[in-house]
Design a protein around this ligand. Structure first.
Ligand code: ADP
Ligand code: MG
Length: 569
């Protein structure tokens, strides 16, 4: 009886393995780009045709390969990156398996043209995993790998590919990740023979500026933290400038893009209530740490990383983002948008009209700590802050970098909110007794709510007494609020509390938010100079002078540069 078990022919085995590594054109692009980066050159180009299905080509000016190496690099488990047993660690850290080229070549027509620069170059032409032809030719130092007709010999897989446009989108986002992880390298991207991106190597800031739109990049603030095990730098968007999608959220670990859920959680919880529903902050966070502190899922296409101490990394990310968001740098800057020129190469293509890739203002123009200080005008006998009220709504003042604009209502709201929270910690709010106590009758359900928040209102400084069924007497109010409309105010607080309250929030915080929102100076209230000066003093004495309890900005700056630019100076 013939044996039922057959050894699979080598080429079939490769093809099966390929399914594991190579999901779609973007996975080919990823492997080839990573190989080029490993070969340490200064420039890498990616050329795509037909969504990567017809052709993917990667050209680098790295160290190249000898003829011998070029022939064995497509064998399974051929890698120059694992020499000693200790290097096995690299599988856990970087995912080297010496498998990518073998897999790709088995499901495509692949050509490698390479030269070390010292001798004649080599061209290896492969077809479905077999060497078809080897040529000697003149070639510059570096390597060009061309992959054509991906999956044409694996019809089942080809069927699962999405439209060319979808595949292209995956490639473009992969390209952005790779470019962001190696800011020092020149990168270019050609789509169907047209140069779509052309990135000069430079600083991380330069690279981010080139890859995000001007508006997005200018909304970023720097985060930084170092401990003995981890060093972290990055950028996050100012609150209020979040996006509707997650596309500009990146983590890199030792210069590789990674995915890690607890880090995402760390960033989002640092924003807390500053993020609205369906709002996603931009973040680009770069970690450096020794391989012993993390594990990479060894599945070649996965970029998921597990940290040995997840909580430590989570808390570090959260803490440093929180810190950054509290700084004056987090003050949004008003941009007077003008029709600035766009780079020609970005026009006329679906991936090119995403926005303005022109020159922009990042770090350099953020106000330094301490710069957001109201400047004083010299008068013969005294110094007076320069303050103006605009339309009974905004307070304008000169600061070092230009002009600061303060929203009077939210500024007061922040002051009252922090004052209310203070009272929770035992510092009961100061009260003023009313000359004529006021009686309010409530509907039974509102009254029920009131008894629930009664103790909190008293802590804040309200003097309240029950007076028969569903009736309340207001005897005193917090000193901070204007008297005369206590009744309306209390009703408004109840309404606001009803609106904002949900199971998961702290009742005291809810009451404090409602109180602050309803008791604050309204937009439209005229303020005297003294009131404005007092408000500003107290605002900058709060813990978070730049954002109101709902997450809206309190202060917006307009730089002199921006004004000068507007005037064509
Ligand atoms: P791995 O990257 O895991 O080593 P690959 O199959 O991706 O496995 O590549 C196999 C080997 O081919 C690499 O270890 C490297 O020596 C060589 N190689 C691949 N691409 C390049 C390149 N662009 N420049 C120089 N050498 C390369
Ligand atoms: Mg590789």
């Amino acid at each position: 009886m013939p044996s039922k078990i057959n050894i699979l022919p080598e080429f079939l085995m490769k093809r099966i393995a390929a399914g594991e590594v190579i999901e779609r054109p973007a996975s080919v692009a990823k492997e080839l780009l990573e190989n080029s980066l490993d070969a340490v050159g200064t420039s890498v180009s990616l050329l795509i045709k037909g969504g990567g299905i017809s052709q993917i080509q990667v050209i680098d000016n790295g160290e190249g390969m000898t003829e011998e190496d070029a022939l064995i690099c497509c064998e399974r488990h051929a890698t120059s990156k694992l020499q000693k047993p200790e290097d096995l660690e690299a599988i856990h850290t970087l995912g080297f398996r010496g498998e990518a080229l073998a897999s790709i070549s088995s499901v495509s027509r692949m050509t490698i043209t390479t030269s070390t620069g010292d001798e004649e170059g080599t061209q290896v032409i492969m077809d479905s995993g077999r060497v078809h032809e080897v040529l000697k030719l003149a070639a510059n130092r570096g390597t060009t790998v061309t992959v054509k007709d991906l999956f044409s010999n694996v019809p089942a897989r080809r069927k699962f590919l999405k439209s060319q446009n979808t595949e292209l989108r995956h490639i473009v986002s992969l390209f952005r990740r790779i470019a962001l992880s190696h800011p020092g390298i020149d990168f270019s991207l050609y789509i169907d023979d047209e140069k779509t991106m052309d990135l000069r190597g430079g600083s991380l800031e330069d690279r981010i500026r080139d890859l995000l739109t001007e508006k997005r990049a200018s909304s970023l603030i720097r985060v930084e933290k170092k401990s003995s095990a981890i060093s972290m730098v990055g950028f996050v968007s100012r609150p209020g400038e979040a996006l509707r999608s997650r596309r500009d959220q990146f983590f890199f670990l030792n210069n590789r893009y990674i995915v890690n859920r607890s880090m995402v959680h760390g960033v989002l919880s640092a924003y807390g209530s500053r993020l609205g529903r369906d709002e996603y902050p931009i973040f680009l966070i770069y970690l450096e740490m020794a391989p012993k502190h993390f594990d990479v899922n060894v599945h070649p296409t996965k970029i998921e990383v597990r940290f040995i101490d997840e909580k430590y990394v989570h808390d570090m990310v959260k803490g440093s983002v929180q810190e950054a968001l509290r700084k004056p740098m987090a003050v949004p800057e008003l941009q007077l948008v003008t029709g600035r020129k766009q780079k020609k190469s970005f026009s006329g293509h679906p991936y090119r009209n995403e926005g303005d890739y022109g020159q922009l203002t990042l770090e350099a123009q953020r106000p330094e700590a301490g710069e957001n200080v109201i400047e004083y005008r010299q008068f013969p006998d005294k110094e007076v802050p320069s303050l103006w009220q605009l339309h009974n709504r905004y307070i304008l003042s000169q600061i070092k970098s230009g002009l600061t604009i303060i929203d009077q209502h939210v500024a007061h709201e922040r002051i009252l909110y922090e004052r209310a929270l203070e009272s929770k910690r035992g510092n009961a709010g100061l009260s003023q007794q009313l000359l004529f106590p006021q009686t309010i009758e409530f509907t039974p359900d509102d009254f029920l709510i009131l008894t629930e928040i009664f103790p909190y209102l008293e802590k804040i400084g309200f003097g309240l007494k029950e007076f028969g069924r569903n009736t309340l007497v207001i005897e005193a109010v917090p000193v901070e609020i204007k008297t005369g409309r206590e009744r309306e105010l209390l009703l408004e607080i109840i309404e606001e509390y009803k609106l904002g309250h949900n199971e998961n929030t702290d009742i005291f915080e809810e009451v404090a938010t409602a109180f602050a929102c309803k008791s604050a100076i309204k937009s439209g209230d005229r303020m005297t100079f003294q009131e404005m000066a007092f408000l500003i003093d107290r605002l900058f004495a709060t813990k978070e002078p730049y954002f109101c309890p709902h997450g809206r900005p309190i202060v917006v700056n307009l730089t002199l540069e921006e004004i000068d630019r507007r005037f064509g100076r």
